[in-house]
Design a protein around this ligand. Structure first.
Ligand code: ADP
Ligand code: MG
Length: 243
């Protein structure tokens, strides 16, 4: 389990995260929603240590980090490995085929044999509905297909949690559906996921828990049922503005 306690992050004199306290349970999908500029990406990136909060506690199972103290490279690498960030599909290596893109990390970083990495990569490509694209190059795929390769590439590193920041924001609706279907399937298989999205319908379908973030603070932390059925005044306004 991941737990943040009293986590603060400031950019210059702008507080991006203010006293964040929350938990991300294993085998659950947490969806982070909120207006633009509210701190959603900063929160997600802090879990991966792409952002470094000034203070607060970060607990990852038995690993306990005090953000106010220096972090060793070993700790950073360990946490990066455990929390796989899915970057947008355009981060794929253009000169490598789809299957080679998925194999790259396992071979280079995890030191898997090429045969083992390839077998796993092909299984993951089948899982994201791209078995027939293994030998294609990224430029030959649609944006939605590229994003599904990016998800397969992240899964190949076998992270304990998968982090996704607006995974479909760059996609047309018909391409978005394919990506959301894959994420829904992963959620049903009880992968541990943390997803930032503006798609509230998807949030309702996939989330075990919803975080509503505004002005760097968590204003709601609970179930989708509570979030949608008994929203506070502020959340009602947000929901109304989004539909
Ligand atoms: P969201 O993802 O909810 O749109 P962000 O986490 O990206 O919000 O940003 C939260 C706040 O922090 C915003 O006011 C944003 O302008 C600011 N911010 C984010 N990243 C940086 C940065 N690298 N440098 C300065 N300010 C930043
Ligand atoms: Mg963002």
């Amino acid at each position: 389990m991941i737990k943040f306690e009293h986590v603060n992050k400031t950019f210059g004199d702008h507080p991006a995260l203010i006293d964040i306290n929350t938990e991300f349970k294993e085998h659950q999908t947490t969806v982070i929603v909120g207006p633009s500029g509210s701190g959603k990406s900063t929160l997600l990136r802090s879990l991966n240590l792409l952002e470094r909060p000034e203070n607060g506690q970060y607990h990852f199972n038995d690993l306990n980090i005090d953000f106010a103290k220096p972090l060793s490279n070993k700790t950073i690498l360990t946490l990066r490995r455990k929390t796989g960030m899915v970057f947008q599909g355009y981060n794929l290596f253009p000169h490598l085929t789809v299957v080679k893109n998925v194999m790259e990390g396992p071979v280079q970083v995890l030191k898997q044999s090429s045969a083992a990495a390839q077998k796993n990569a092909l299984e993951l490509l089948a899982k994201v509905g791209l078995a027939d694209k293994a030998d294609a190059y990224p430029s030959q795929l649609s944006g939605g297909q590229q994003q599904r390769v990016a998800i397969a590439r992240s899964l190949a590193m076998n992270p304990e949690y998968i982090l996704l920041d607006e995974p479909t924001s760059a996609l047309d609706p018909e391409l978005e559906a394919g990506v959301l279907r894959v994420l829904l399937e992963l959620a049903q298989e009880k992968d541990s996921m943390i997803i930032v999205t503006h798609n509230l319908e998807f949030a309702r379908a996939v989330a075990d828990k919803i975080l509503f973030v505004e002005n760097g603070k968590i204003l709601f932390d609970g179930t989708p049922a509570e979030f949608f059925k008994q929203p506070t005044q502020r959340i009602s306004e947000f929901l109304a503005a989004m539909t």
